[in-house]
Every structure is written in structure tokens, then in C-alpha cells.
Design a protein around this ligand. Structure first.
Ligand code: SAM
Ligand code: SF4
Length: 474
């Protein structure tokens, strides 16, 4: 059912700016929580209820109550209750770095004369996807600069191209997008190509800071970007991802901005964002930024835990911008998706010899350059269940429908068995050495926790996978 403002007799807020700077600063400045209040808010979240903006401010402002560890413990507990130990894996594929914008923090910005501009042609895209499939990837996010070359039609073309690349047992089953905001027609064109999530980061929710960082091009328009995912919804894309680039402005403001954005989408479209991302600024070509708002490791860890508690059912994405150590710790606080085997230099999945030459084609430096195999091995060692599942989006369980399924029981009936099946495929097709044994052990352990009927259905499907069948899911 679509949002209907007439029925509710409230003003239609769709496609209207929704950030009230003063409101957010008032909450940050005037919320003075005591220990009991912080504990009450954590308890509400553990009851799987979304937090209000004010309650999120209580957690953000809990410095001085000595309860940072309780917030992290709460987030850990909630993650276990809602998601279990699954971690979904994906890889980014940078298609092109042409860009008309001039974002101070980004290596692709138009004023960066050192950047070598490159857009993969169709054959190069195919080669990149084959290389990714050879590693076992099943889910990609395609990334583009903002440029007339990257029209909605072109983006849709690349999505279809990627879905068509099959090598051995390899195929990409979900293509997500990180690209510039489009108009409604543009979103419709991209949506019809069969994408998973359309992801757009606001970078900073603070309008004046936003102006300061975005010097030219269409991205200068704060409101066009802020309302982008409303237009995506209007165009029928009900699976959207939001994010803020931490380090541009006060992290507390950005956390409240993300929660406000979530509230807005829920109020207008009956469904919040599918995912929230929280990249921290990393070194980019000729980057020369003030460190005033740099988000340190302690604040970063805390803010991830706060986001987990604030929006219990929203996926949280942690990328290879962070080091293995930081990733290891933050994973526990409620992250549900990570990338593995990431390479940002354009064209370097298939052409690793040429990394030197490719260096000037990357947007920023990553801090976790481990292969997908190494990332999976470590996840298994630490008792996580790596997943390449794409079932919900292919079964139409997205958007508002997805929310209906995000209830207790659903994970055990669908997510865990599907994670097990995609991990079984990975072990049969790509795993090497000790990872194979570790993988089957983790699978066995997780099957034992399922209801008997689901467990036996899962075992049957695993036997079929061992016999050569692929792409089995619930
Ligand atoms: N051009 C599109 C845009 O700006 O939305 C999409 C691609 S952009 C390459 C993807 C995201 O990378 C940006 O939204 C920004 O948050 C992030 N990013 C840019 N520069 C970064 C840096 N130096 N360190 C970390 N992340 C960065
Ligand atoms: Fe271009 Fe996006 Fe980089 Fe800005 S962040 S310069 S829009 S690629």
C-alpha cells in the first residue's frame, strides 16, 4: 500500500527536504542523559523497536555516563537476535571515473588533473566480471562518477551486461548501484534493468558544510541529493541505501541525520532504507582536508553500535576503507554486509599486473586489500556464516514486503538456510585448503540450530549442490 497523505490528513512530505539543522543541534546540545535513561533506551532497542531521534541523541550524548561498553554490548546482543551470525559479502566494481563534480574529498573530482580518466568498455566490463566470478563473487555494486556519459540508459546497459556474464558456475545474481541522483524517469530506466539496491550517500547532512565541500557541478545542490531516494521510490525502486561520509562534519550530527532520513522514508513510503553505510574519509589523490572532524576509531566503533540500536532492521555496510582490525571489531556491533577482495583501481580485477598504471584511477586508498578467500577464511574461523544470498530480491521480498518478513522466524526459515546454500556452492566451486573443512563445520553447526523440517530441506539441497545443481534457495 502506497503512502496516502489525504487519508492521514497530514501534509505530504514526499520529495521535500526533511533535515532541520536547528532541531538536530538542539537535541545534541540539550539531551543530558543519565545512566538510567541510556539503559532504558538500550532496552527499548533490544526489544527490537526503532529509536526516535531524541532517543538516538541520548545514546550519542552518553559520553560521560561511562556506558560506551554497554551500548556496544547492546548492539552485539541485538545483532545476534535479529541477524544471527550471517555476514553478506559483495564487491564493488568501478565502471568509470569521469566526473563533472568537484567534491573536495574525492580522487575523481574534476579539478584533480592527476587522475587518469577511464571508463571500462563492454569487453573490459565482461573481463572484470569474469575475474570477480572466478573468485566466487555473486553480488556486485557498480560505481560511477557523475558524468553525461553515465546516463540512465548507459547504467541500465551495464547492469544487463553484468547479469549476462556467466563463467563456469560463476554468475552475478544481484547488481546494486552507487551513482549520481537521477530524475524520476532516470530512476525508472535504471530500475527496470533489474537492480538490487540504489545507493546514494548524502556525504554530510549539514547544508552549510555540504556547500563547503562541494565546489562545483550538479552535486552542489544539497536538496537535489537529499530528495534523490524519494524520486527513486516514486520511480518504483523500493530498495534504497543511504550513507554519510564520516570526517566531513560532526559525527553526532551525521548519525542523527541518518536516523532522520530513515524516519522520512518510512513515513512517506512505508519502508526505510534497506542499508546504511558509514564510510570514513580515506586518503585520495591530492587530498588536502582539514582534520577537524576526523572521526577517530573510538567514536567510529561507538557510532556503528548506536546505528545498530537505532534501526534494528536496517542492514549496515562496512567497507574495505577500514583496516582488518577495525573491521574485525566493528563486525560484532551489528554490521550485516562487508566487501571482500576489493580493488578500486579501475580495470584491476582482471589486470593486476597493471596496478601501477592503475593507481591514478582509484578514488581513495583502501585499508583491507585481502582476497575474498582470506576474508571468508577469517569469517569462518571466527564462527560467522558468510552468505552470498540473493533470494529475497529475486523472490520479490523487497521494500514494504521485505519489512513484513523482517520478523522473528523469517531469518531461521529463509536467511540462514540460504546463507548455508550459497556457502555450500562457494565451498564446492572456489574454496581451497583448510577453508573447505572449516566451511562444512560452520554449515553443520548452523544446520543443527534450525527447525528439523527446515534442516532436512537444507540438507537435501546441499546434496543437490554437491551433485552439481546451482542456485537453489528458499
Ligand atoms: N559519483 C557518485 C556520488 O558521488 O554519489 C557515486 C560514486 S562515489 C565514487 C561513492 C562514494 O565514495 C561517495 O558517495 C563518497 O561517500 C565516497 N568517497 C568519496 N571520496 C572518498 C574518500 N576520499 N574516502 C572515502 N570515501 C570516499
Ligand atoms: Fe564525482 Fe562522486 Fe567523486 Fe564527487 S564523490 S567527485 S561526484 S565521483
Amino acid at each position: 500500500m502506497r503512502f496516502s497523505p489525504e487519508k492521514l490528513a497530514i501534509p505530504d512530505q514526499r520529495m521535500k527536504p526533511f533535515i532541520d539543522t536547528e532541531e538536530i543541534w538542539n537535541l545534541i546540545n540539550n539531551t543530558k542523559p543519565d545512566k538510567q535513561r541510556v539503559r532504558d533506551v538500550i532496552a527499548k532497542s533490544l526489544d527490537k523497536q526503532r529509536l526516535t531521534l531524541e532517543e538516538t541523541a541520548v545514546l550519542v550524548n552518553s559520553i560521560g555516563t561511562g556506558l560506551a561498553d554497554e551500548i556496544k554490548e547492546g548492539a552485539k546482543e541485538l545483532k545476534q537476535r535479529v541477524y544471527g551470525n550471517r555476514i553478506v559479502l559483495f564487491a564493488p566494481l568501478y565502471v568509470g571515473n569521469r566526473c563533472i563534480n568537484n567534491c573536495k574529498y574525492c580522487g575523481f573530482r574534476s579539478s584533480n588533473a592527476d587522475a587518469i580518466r577511464k571508463t571500462l568498455d563492454d569487453n573490459e566490463i565482461i573481463k572484470e566480471v569474469e575475474a570477480l566470478e572466478d573468485n566466487g563473487q555473486k553480488r556486485l555494486i557498480l560505481v560511477y562518477g557523475e558524468h553525461p556519459d553515465y546516463s540512465p540508459e548507459y547504467i541500465a546497459h551495464t547492469v544487463k551486461l553484468v547479469y549476462g556474464v556467466k563463467k563456469g558456475h560463476g554468475e552475478i545474481r544481484r547488481v546494486n548501484i552507487n551513482a549520481a541522483p537521477l530524475d524520476i524517469e532516470g530512476f525508472r530506466t535504471v530500475g527496470e534493468s533489474g537492480i538490487g539496491t540504489y545507493q546514494i550517500f548524502q556525504e554530510t547532512y549539514h547544508p552549510e558544510a555540504y556547500k563547503w565541500y562541494h565546489l562545483g557541478g550538479k552535486k552542489r545542490d544539497y536538496e537535489w541529493r537529499l530528495t534523490a531516494l524519494d524520486r527513486a521510490q516514486e520511480a518504483g525502486i523500493d530498495d534504497v541505501g543511504i550513507g554519510a561520509l564520516f570526517g566531513l562534519y560532526d559525527w553526532r550530527f551525521e548519525v542523527l541525520g541518518l536516523v532522520r532520513h530513515t524516519n522520512h522514508l518510512e513515513a512517506c513510503y512505508n519502508v526505510g532504507p534497506h542499508t546504511i553505510s558509514f564510510p570514513r574519509i580515506k586518503d585520495a589523490l591530492s587530498l588536502n582536508l582539514d582534520k577537524k572532524y576526523e572521526t577517530g576509531d573510538d567514536d567510529f566503533k561507538k557510532l556503528v553500535a548506536i546505528l545498530r540500536l537505532a534501526v534494528p532492521y536496517t542492514g549496515l555496510i562496512l567497507t574495505a576503507r577500514e583496516s582488518p582490525d577495525v573491521r574485525r571489531e566493528v563486525l560484532q556491533y551489528g554490521v550485516s554486509q562487508i566487501d571482500g577482495g576489493t580493488k578500486l583501481e579501475i580495470g584491476s580485477y582482471s589486470d593486476s599486473q597493471n596496478e601501477e598504471q592503475n593507481l591514478n584511477r582509484e578514488q581513495f586508498k583502501i585499508n583491507d586489500a585481502r582476497s575474498l578467500a582470506d576474508v571468508i577464511d577469517e569469517l569462518l574461523t571466527n564462527d560467522y556464516l558468510p552468505s552470498f544470498c540473493t533470494s529475497c530480491y529475486r523472490m520479490g521480498r523487497t521494500g514494504e514486503h521485505f519489512m513484513e518478513f523482517s520478523v522473528p522466524g523469517f531469518i531461521k526459515r529463509f536467511c540462514t538456510p540460504n546463507a548455508i546454500l550459497t556457502l555450500s556452492e562457494y565451498i564446492c566451486d572456489y574454496a581451497q585448503g583448510e577453508t573447505i573443512d572449516k566451511g562444512w563445520k560452520v554449515i553443520e553447526k548452523n544446520i543443527e540450530k534450525l527447525d528439523p523440517a527446515v534442516a532436512s530441506g537444507t540438507r537435501e539441497k546441499i546434496e543437490k549442490i554437491k551433485a552439481g545443481e546451482r542456485d537453489l534457495y528458499f
